[in-house]
Design a protein around this ligand. Structure first.
Ligand code: C2O
Ligand code: CU
Length: 507
């Protein structure tokens, strides 16, 4: 028998101990990060009450003490999200059927693309409604493997209609269908897209525009949609590779509804005449002044409605949308040369004129921090440098708890080294400040807010739409990398799970 020299044995023991000391915690971290086959987002992470009351009894006290527009359904009711629907008895004013397919299709240029269509086209048809109408959309999945949903981006729909697989419904499998019903209660520019495997299905074209027109003002102006999407890196407007021409008579007013369905912030600028930014994320700007020599920054998922008055001499106007394809408005000619992007960007913190808010963000019921960072760790067993929320990796992130009627303030700060377009479902929030500088322009309401690296925004909203709402980065690959959390109302529950038999995978 061979005897180890004593020094060798010590070295061996030390080496083994060191290996265990290093690998042990790693294995534990790895194992701890593995996501179960099915889980409810309600069980994710930890509750964050934002300094407000926890749970039911305090909630009752809070409701009783505060002004309550929300008597009648206490938390004890335990409302399932599926009960949070639009008026079931009401007839639809606008009815649309959308058939989804996975297929190879041609862009206008003839270039072929493997992706998804709705009624044979991508983007899907523009859905139009007038403010106050009930919109009903029947979604039929003919051939999209893995299932689909539709989320109404920017429309504060009842929670059951929000279209988030695993949170508000099950993904709609091949051969199945789902009907969405909601009241288009706010005029503006919105869009819809799948929220099942969204980082892949949105890129593949399962999306479209939704325009809600105001009851009055109809037909007064030329009105055009400019939905920007990249198919395999090819920038398109309304699915076209080249310019989109829109007829607008000399002296006429024209509104162009820019929708950024991409994953990054998109610059937009106008040549040929000054423009006004008349709406952001489906909300009108108060007192929008004419702008020249400045570009707009449209957040991913965000919308910007640009209004121009056509020059009297009949010359065309070009709306540049971040690349070669744009919108050219004209009558006699559409020959509007491209001009370079202006160096300056319009700052919405000071644009337009002030107007009172319908609530007082100075007296919030809750205050939340949403601090985006980045650190090494495991995400579902995969090592990497992952996004964090308040220092935590998905799924151990905060669950923001609110009660109906709360005034909520949230500070979104970004220490991750990259910009993030943050999107809260079901609500519009007003921007109060950026990096401590208060907003002094028009109330700036957002549903998609670009928070740049090292920036910090304070926003406020009223918790007036009960449900379980996703609050995530709209650079959808980031969301699939864990930059997702939720806002949950007291007394609302969801019976859906991420994973499970419907293979729900919202991101
Ligand atoms: Cu445009 Cu969570 O969505
Ligand atoms: Cu992001």
């Amino acid at each position: 028998m061979l005897r180890h020299p004593p020094g060798g044995r010590v070295r061996l023991i030390v080496a083994c101990a060191a290996t265990v000391a290093v690998l042990g915690p790693l294995i534990w971290l790895w194992q701890d990060s593995l996501l179960p086959e099915a889980y409810s987002v309600m069980d994710m992470g930890y509750a964050d009450y934002g300094g407000g009351p926890h749970g039911s009894s305090q909630h009752e006290a809070h409701s009783a003490g505060g002004a309550s527009a929300h008597a009648g359904h206490g938390p004890a009711a335990g409302r399932d999200v599926t009960r949070l629907t639009a008026d079931a008895g009401r007839q639809a004013d606008v009815s649309v059927s959308l058939v989804a397919r996975k297929q190879r299709f041609r862009l206008s240029s003839g270039r072929e693309f493997d992706g998804y269509t709705l009624n044979g086209q991508s983007p899907g048809p523009v859905i139009k409604a007038t403010e106050g109408q009930l919109v009903q959309v029947r979604l039929i999945n003919e051939s999209v493997p893995g299932g689909i949903t539709l989320h109404w981006h920017g429309v504060d729909v009842p929670n059951a209609e929000d279209g988030v697989a695993g949170v508000t419904q099950d993904a709609v499998g091949v051969g199945k269908e789902f009907t969405y019903r909601f009241i288009a209660d706010r005029a503006g520019t919105f869009w819809y897209h799948s929220h099942q495997m969204s980082h892949e299905q949105v890129r593949g074209g399962l999306l479209g525009a939704l325009v809600v027109e105001p009851g009055s003002r109809k037909g007064e102006v030329t009105d055009a949609v400019a939905l920007v999407h990249l198919y395999n890196g090819v920038r398109t407007v309304n699915g076209r590779e080249g310019d989109v021409h829109v007829e607008a008579a000399p002296g006429a007013r024209a509104r162009v509804r820019v929708i950024n369905t991409e994953y990054g912030v998109m610059p937009a600028w106008v040549s040929g005449t000054p423009y006004r930014l008349v709406a952001v994320d489906g909300t009108e700007i108060n007192g929008p002044a004419p702008v020249t020599g400045k570009a707009l920054a449209v957040a991913a998922g965000g919308r910007a409605d640009i209004e121009v008055t056509m020059p009297e001499d009949g010359s065309p106007v070009r709306i540049h949308l971040g690349g070669p394809a744009g919108v050219v408005l004209g009558s006699r000619s559409y020959d509007a040369p491209a001009v370079p992007r202006p160096a300056a960007t319009l700052d919405l913190l000071t644009y337009g004129t002030r107007a009172p808010l319908a609530f007082d963000p100075g007296k919030p019921d809750r205050r939340f921090e949403y601090d985006v960072g980045r650190r090494p760790g495991f995400l579902d067993g995969v090592p990497g440098v992952w996004w964090t929320i308040n220092g935590h990796l998905y799924p151990d992130v905060p669950m923001f708890h609110v009660a109906e009627g709360d005034v909520v303030r949230m500070r979104i700060s970004n220490h991750s080294g990259e910009g993030h377009p943050m999107h809260l479902h079901g609500h519009h929030a007003v921007v109060l400040s950026r990096d401590g500088v208060p907003a002094t322009g028009s109330p700036w309401w957002v549903d998609s807010l670009e928070v740049g690296a090292d920036e910090s925004y304070e926003i406020a909203f009223v918790a007036d739409n009960p449900g379980v709402w996703m609050d995530h980065c709209h650079n959808l690959p980031h969301a699939s990398e864990g930059l997702v959390t939720h806002l949950m109302y007291e007394g609302v529950t969801t019976r859906f799970t991420v994973g499970g038999s419907a293979d729900n995978e919202p991101e």
